[in-house]
Design a protein around this ligand. Structure first.
Ligand SMILES: Cc1cc2nc3c(=O)[nH]c(=O)nc-3n(C[C@H](O)[C@H](O)[C@H](O)COP(=O)(O)OP(=O)(O)OC[C@H]3O[C@@H](n4cnc5c(N)ncnc54)[C@H](O)[C@@H]3O)c2cc1C
Length: 411
């Protein structure tokens, strides 16, 4: 039975093929990724934007746009996950926020100009929320924006800003008298100092830098109402987390495919290594975990496409998919032997990327907090009572049975 061309799964397959074509035009083949040192992040983002991919993402319907976002994140991650992170922060967060808030600020506003410049590849955005003393608890940001004569004086520093070395603009979260507020900062302003990149475990050729700001901004550079910064960031972070979950699941799947191909060709004493029971079972276990992550990713993505996905569901996906990808890719590295540890195969790059997914955009612990807070509180007392009853029934047969609750879930 053939699927309708408007079915989301069919649209996703078509979007993946389209993104692969666009990448091929930019000289990038997900099946033969270039070494990270040969990738010019700024040049690739410019080329991807000027082919119309960015415009297509944002001018299509909401459903088509989300599908293209997923296809782009996954296919670019197979070329290079660091590049995918830089592109996704640029497109999903900075362009997304500027499009959202350029409407209020009117034509010719800095946000509006950024969107136009991003569309033709001239402007690249980055997101600066983390600071030296806080990343997980953004209500504690210290970079301060003081109002003076209708303008804002921003002073302070941000840390680990991905693409801060190549971006033209940064969305900056600052503390104000109204509460945390977002601003669009021109990184060529003389009051901006960009540090040398931090030396990191992975995600090359993308770099994370420290930004020191001492700038005065027009009020039109404010994104959203004063004091609404955390609310806006959390809405857009949901997208970053969704992309991290989807990409992690895809990297897990691809790592199993790659290991399997290698083991089919690799000869042991009794034939191809894939036929050795110990190896077959390890591949099977990796494949089962990857299939489960992919199914979870598809389910959460389907909800996102319907517009019903929650922060809790996205947190669950990011937590489980990033952890699962680390574990599956690690096993597949083992199955490739020495090759798994070299840079000739992409597994080590993928593992380091999956490892960052457990930290960036909200750590595992932050995801666990969101999940814990979303547990159904009203029935918890009944559940605990039920546990006590079960234990009592075991310890004091006869006495507890009468008192055992006949249902769960009642407050
Ligand atoms: C390569 C890289 C790229 C990055 N890119 C960007 C970027 O582009 N923009 C940006 O703004 N940031 C970026 N970051 C920063 C990243 O988002 C933060 O590192 C992350 O959110 C964690 O914050 P932190 O490093 O300050 O850790 P901390 O908040 O200091 O946390 C330290 C530990 O304590 C735990 N913890 C903290 N608070 C709680 C709590 N309330 N409950 C339970 N556990 C808690 C954390 O989970 C963690 O295990 C990047 C980081 C890296 C490494």
């Amino acid at each position: 039975m053939t699927r309708d061309a408007r079915h989301p799964a069919t649209m996703l397959e078509a979007a993946r093929a389209h993104v692969r074509d666009v990448l091929a035009q930019a000289g990038l083949d997900p099946e033969a990724p270039p070494p990270a040192t040969d990738i010019d992040v700024r040049g690739v983002i410019t080329r991807l934007s000027s082919t119309g991919l960015l415009e297509e993402r944002w001018s299509s319907s909401e459903v088509e746009g989300l599908i293209l976002c997923r296809a782009t994140a996954e296919e670019v991650a197979l070329v290079n996950p660091g590049l995918a992170l830089a592109y996704s922060l640029h497109s999903e967060l900075v362009v997304g926020m500027c499009r959202r808030f350029s409407r209020g600020a009117g034509q010719g506003s800095p946000a509006d100009e950024f969107v136009t410049g991003a569309g033709n590849g001239e402007r690249i955005g980055c997101v600066a929320t983390t600071e030296d003393h806080t990343g997980s608890n953004l209500s504690m940001v210290q970079l301060h924006a003081a109002r003076a004569g209708g303008r804002w004086c921003l002073r302070g520093a941000k840390r680990y800003t991905t693409s801060g070395d190549i971006a033209t603009d940064a969305v900056v979260l600052a503390a104000t008298e109204h509460g945390p507020t977002l601003f669009l900062v021109d990184l060529d302003d003389p009051g901006v100092h960009r540090s040398e990149p931090f030396s990191t475990m992975g995600m090359e050729p993308s770099n994370a830098v420290r930004l020191e700001l001492d700038v005065v901004l027009d009020d039109r550079r404010r994104l959203g109402p004063p004091g609404a910064g955390l609310l806006i960031v959390s809405r857009f972070l949901r997208m970053e987390r969704l992309v991290a979950g989807l990409t992690s699941a895809r990297l897990a799947t691809e790592s199993v495919l790659l290991a399997r191909q290698f083991l089919i060709g690799r000869q042991g004493p009794g034939g191809p290594l894939i036929e050795s029971p110990a190896i077959r079972h390890r591949v099977a276990a990796g494949s089962a975990t990857a299939a489960s992550l992919a199914a979870h990713a598809d389910q959460v993505f389907e909800r996102a496409v319907e517009g019903t996905v929650t922060d809790l569901q996205v947190a669950e996906l990011k937590l489980v998919a990033a952890r699962g990808a680390c574990s599956v890719i690690d096993d597949m590295i083992q199955l490739l032997g020495g090759r798994g540890y070299t840079e000739h195969f992409p597994l080590s790059t993928w593992w380091r990327a999956a490892r960052l997914m457990r930290i960036g955009g909200g750590t595992d612990e932050v995801m666990l907090e969101i999940i814990a807070a979303g547990l159904p509180a009203p029935s918890r007392a009944a559940l605990l009572d039920h546990c006590a009853q079960l234990e009592a029934r075991h310890l004091y047969p006869g006495r507890a049975a009468d008192a055992a609750p006949d249902h769960l879930g009642a407050p």
